[in-house]
Design a protein around this ligand. Sequence first.
Ligand code: CA
Length: 576
Amino acid sequence: MKNAGLMPCEHTKGHKKICGKGIIEMKKKMLSIMMAALMLLSGCSGGTAQPAANTGTQEPAAPAAPPVMELALEDNRIDDNNRMYYEVFVYAFDDSDGDGIGDLKGLTEKLDYIKDLGCNGIWLMPVNSSTTYHKYDVTDYYAIDKEYGTLEDFQAFLKECDSRGIKVIMDMVLNHSSSEHPWFKEAAEYLKTLAAGQEPDPSVCPYVDYYFFTREEGRNGYAKLQGTDFYYEAQFWEGMPDLNLGCQALRTELEKIMAYWLDMGVGGFRLDAVKEYYTGHPDDNVEVISWIVNYCKSVKEDAYVVGEAWDSKNAIENYYRSGIDSLFNFPFAQSDGIICKDLRKAGDGATGKALAQDIVSYHEMIRNVNDKATDAPFLSNHDTGRISGFLAQDPVKMKFAEAVNILMSGNAFLYYGEELGMVGSVKGFPGKDENKRAPMYWNTRGDGGMAKGSPNMDAVEHKFPPYEEQKTDNASIYNYIRNVIKIRNAFPQIGRGIETVAEEITDGDIVALWKEYEGETILLLMNNSDQEKTIAIPERDGRKLELAAGLGIEGTELQAADGNVTLTAFGVAVLK
Ligand code: CA
């Protein structure tokens, strides 16, 4: 996907910087002065301040909203495969025609929201024709589901993404199809015609080889094929029969499908359930992933492929042998993952340092297998519940956990609605799948594109306000996460850097990481404690570093003075 020139200030290697650090500092200072002036004004006049330029001849000004602190950072994104991704469930995101179901036109209308949040990648959960609300059971891999719109809507969506520099990766569900897919239906009809003991003949019906059919009883994960004495593999649900990815005819069909979407402008794929391609046979799965990745790159050199292997670090290490770009970082995600576990113990001894060491060793693991591969950190997704549930709806810890996630090297992923602290699995709203995928909380009225959610979803009550209110609240989760993403986008070292623990800096509570990318190094500091910490700004290569960005958990900008930087509780800073 070409989007050169679309970034506000694009710097690629070898290009001369057109906005130097001095200008950033000036911008920052001017912003601080303006903010201070605005605050003074609103403070002195009981909140009904008139803008300074108002001479009194116009109609009275509306009460000034408190200014939202926006870090004045230069956007230094590079147009490559290191991106900030936003995971979208179209069904729940934005409904353009009032039928209560989110759709592609609605999503397209909200692309400026996604861009403004700072994301330049979208993981689109399945949009192909399907029988369910979640659409992980595909009935036609070439079609767009009618609930979501038309192929023209999809193409318009891709075009609008392209014009905003957003790369779209599609959820590619190749482990299984729907039992309503014509391949499966034809195979089932054929098997019904067989006499007892008669073996299926793929030369008569090739689709019998597309799935795993057997007369053997009692196999794990198999379902009965009605009207026959056959069983078929269906690891997740009888409506989703597992595909036989060893079948060459099927591989040829799937290659055509992947090429179809890549040629249309899709930038890559998220591979669903790679562990189940051959359940219990990881080495066979590695071979399947290699085939998919090699094929995609042969069609589109810069295609990005990320796989879902919901498993341990050791298992994921094995899957990196496939040559895949990324595998989702499950060990750091979820309620019992490394980030949330360490954060629950914050301030309770050396957890910040331990977290930094875990990050470094995980990324070493990836590089040792494939130094072209990159991590795909995330905290939550449509299967795991949401961070509000992981961290007892504590906004401070929710914000900090997202900062750790977004500032890790790799392609960071953010599940829609996490920037608002939406509920997905909390007391009174249990973490069943439909609840984990609640409608994007645009406002309290339920209009303006708000979807209704699955009919099986429980009545939802959010603890934190909707976007409409959070966007003007300086201390909101939304504005905090937006500023964290701004930090990520300002420093290429954050997403791409090779990390080492800054042992000389951390007191145990602070996640302190040097991040080096193409000869430039930054120091990332994240205070994993509720205590204020003052750090003496260190030297590197004979030069004293400077505070380049600093964000407090309540949406304040951190300052440096007298050669020190003060990290407020759970504060984050970048020194350069
Ligand atoms: Ca709709």
